[in-house]
Every structure is written in structure tokens, then in C-alpha cells.
Design a protein around this ligand. Structure first.
Ligand SMILES: Nc1ncnc2c1ncn2[C@@H]1O[C@H](COP(=O)(O)OP(=O)(O)O)[C@@H](O)[C@H]1O
Ligand SMILES: [Mg+2]
Length: 328
């Protein structure tokens, strides 16, 4: 059963002089217990898709089309009060850079406890304290450190604390936006191991937004690749990104370029020479395939007609004219 189903979601940001269509008719699903990665360069709309689920989009954003169904509840158009009830218990969000968003003047255990009592007022302070200690233990921070202030924690420990805070109300779905970005290599590895453990031990479903394909490969069952506000490829991480001993079978030239840009070196973040230029400006209407200007295999058709989505094998889909019409 699908825990989360996003269909034909479009999100526009109002900016001076017009609108930016950050997400354009994006569809994706997450099954119960599944872990799905959203990959793509910066500016492709990954965070916007993630924020749309718990309706945490900035004020200048409008959901212009589409449907988001979480655990059978349709979310788009809900009031803030209704959404507040669903947030935390159904879906929790760890923001990009969240580890720097802890309140510097409050001890960490208190911040997490307040997250519990704010959302579950019926829980006593003693019970909340017990739960905080359990969560500390669970995310691999010694409960003896619970009374620390944020500056006394390393980046990796603050990220663990943020994950603990996101999980205290036992949500079914965690959306983590770039949870390992800005961490050192060892902390990155520990956070990915933690996410895997949460899935295994708690049956948590996960959406992990990351431009780091190695991280997605390690944690996610499936990967959704976004480019310039649209989904260009989706499939199992094994098939699309490869595994040790099996080469990647990415079908879209953009995914192929991303994979080449990310040799499996830990900490490697820069895009290679192979993928020059930038994603297109999303404030003007786009014609044809959005990747055409940067695509090494571009054809005339790509510049005029949006590519249809083709199923390459069960569950592995990509939107590229090469797959539907072959090279001209
Ligand atoms: N608050 C905002 N106001 C205007 N434009 C925004 C805002 N947030 C994001 N955008 C634009 O939306 C597009 C997608 O951004 P984002 O979802 O953050 O992508 P990603 O997470 O893949 O880096 C980008 O072009 C970005 O500049
Ligand atoms: Mg982002």
C-alpha cells in the first residue's frame, strides 16, 4: 500500500516580476516501510516537493495543481490547524541545515521534550523525559549528554538530536532534506547508518532528499531523479545507480551524467566536466526537454517536444526521446 502518493503536483513561487514554477506536475509514491531518495542538482525542486507534503512551503508558494495523499488523507488545501494535527504524528520533516536551527540558549533535552508536550499535551513531563532519554539512546547519543547546549555538540550529534526531535511523536514517514550535507565524512556515514537502523527497527518510511547519490544508494530502495522541476527518471536504486559488482543502468542522460559526476568517492560533491552549465531558468515557460541544452545526445525533437515517459523495466521509468523514438 502506498503511504504517500503525490500526483501531478505543481508549485509556483511568486517572485518580483513573475512566478517560478519550481515543481511541474511531479508524481511519486512511497510504499509503507519504503525508503525513497530524491536526487538532482541544486535548484531542481527537491526541497519544494518535500516541503509540500507537510504543507510547510514558504508564504510566496502556491500549490497550483495536484494531490498529495498521506495515509489515506488528502492534504492539499487543509487548514493550518488540521495540518498541525497530522504533522509530527504522520509525517516529520528534518530541514536542510536543521542542525544549525536548534535554539542555542536551551538545553537539547528540553527542546526535544517541548516538541513532545507541544504536540501531545496529554503526555506528562516525566513520561516525556523518559521518551527523550530513549530517543537519545536510540539515535546514538549518550543520555548523559542530554542536558548539553547545542554548541557543546558536534555537527553530527546535533543532526542526531534533530532526527530524535523529528521522531519523538513516532511519525510513520520521515522526510529528511540533505541530512548529511555539511557533515564530515565519518558523521555522514553514521547518520546514514542511523537512518537504515530506523527503517529496520521502527518500520519507518523515509524520503531522503540528497544530491549525494552514494548516500541515496546506501539508504534508499528507490530513487526519483528530478531536473528543473520535473521527474526525469525513477527506479530501484540498484538498477538506476548500480551496486557493488553491478553497473548502473540509468536510462536518462541526466542521471547518467550525475552518476559520472559522482564517482563513489565519499565526500565527492562537485559535478564533473561532463555536466557543464546550469539547469534552465524556471521563471520562463520551457519548451521541449528541459535537459536539451546540456544533453550530449540532444536531437532536434528534444528542442520542440516534451519527452514522454517510457517504462524500461517494471518500475523503472524515464522521460527521454531516445527511449521512445531511438536516436535519429
Ligand atoms: N522561497 C522561494 N522563493 C522563490 N523561489 C524559490 C524559493 N524557494 C525555492 N525557489 C526556487 O525554486 C526552485 C527549486 O528550489 P528548491 O526546491 O530549493 O530546489 P532543490 O532543493 O532541488 O535545490 C529554484 O529555482 C529556487 O530558486
Ligand atoms: Mg534543497
Amino acid at each position: 500500500m502506498n503511504l504517500l502518493e503525490i500526483s501531478e503536483l505543481s508549485v509556483d513561487y511568486g517572485v518580483s516580476g513573475g512566478t517560478v514554477r519550481a515543481v511541474d506536475h511531479v508524481s511519486l509514491f512511497v510504499q509503507e516501510g519504503e525508503s525513497v531518495g530524491i536526487a538532482g542538482e541544486s535548484g531542481c525542486g527537491k526541497t519544494t516537493v518535500g516541503l509540500a507534503v507537510p504543507l510547510l512551503l514558504p508564504r510566496n508558494a502556491t500549490v497550483s495543481s495536484g494531490e498529495i495523499v498521506l495515509d489515506g488523507h488528502s492534504l492539499v488545501g487543509r487548514s493550518e490547524a488540521e495540518m498541525n494535527r497530522l504533522r509530527w504524528k504522520s509525517v516529520a520533516f528534518v530541514f536542510q541545515g536543521a542542525m544549525n536551527a536548534l535554539n542555542p540558549v536551551l538545553r537539547i533535552d528540553r527542546q526535544i521534550r517541548e516538541a513532545i508536550t507541544r504536540h501531545e499535551p496529554e503526555v506528562s513531563k516525566a513520561a516525556a523525559t523518559t521518551r527523550v532519554m530513549e530517543m537519545f539512546d536510540f539515535v546514538g547519543v549518550s543520555p548523559t549528554r542530554a542536558k548539553s547546549y547545542p554548541h557543546e555538540f558536534s555537527g553530527g550529534m546535533r543532526q542526531r538530536a534533530m532526527i530524535a526531535m523529528a521522531l519523538v511523536c513516532r511519525p510513520r514517514l520521515l522526510i529528511a532534506d540533505e541530512p548529511t550535507t555539511a557533515l564530515d565524512v565519518i558523521s555522514q556515514s553514521q547518520i546514514l547508518a542511523l537512518l537504515n537502523r530506523l527503517r529496520r527497527d521502527q518500520g519507518l518510511s523515509l524520503v531522503m532528499i540528497s544530491h549525494d547519490l552514494a548516500a541515496i544508494k546506501r539508504v534508499c530502495d528507490r530513487v526519483v531523479v528530478m531536473y528543473a522541476g520535473v521527474v526525469v527518471e525513477v527506479g530501484s536504486s540498484h538498477e538506476v545507480l548500480g551496486t557493488q559488482g553491478r553497473r548502473a543502468r540509468a536510462a536518462h542522460p541526466y542521471t547518467q551524467a550525475l552518476i559520472q559526476a559522482h564517482p563513489d568517492l565519499r565526500g565527492e560533491r562537485t559535478l564533473s566536466e561532463g555536466l557543464r552549465g546550469h539547469p534552465p531558468d524556471l521563471s520562463t515557460p520551457l519548451v521541449g526537454c528541459r535537459f536539451a541544452d546540456r544533453c550530449p545526445k540532444v536531437m532536434a525533437l528534444c528542442r520542440t517536444t516534451p519527452p514522454p515517459t517510457t517504462e524500461i523495466s517494471p518500475g523503472h521509468l524515464a522521460a527521454c526521446h531516445l527511449l521512445s523514438s531511438g536516436p535519429s
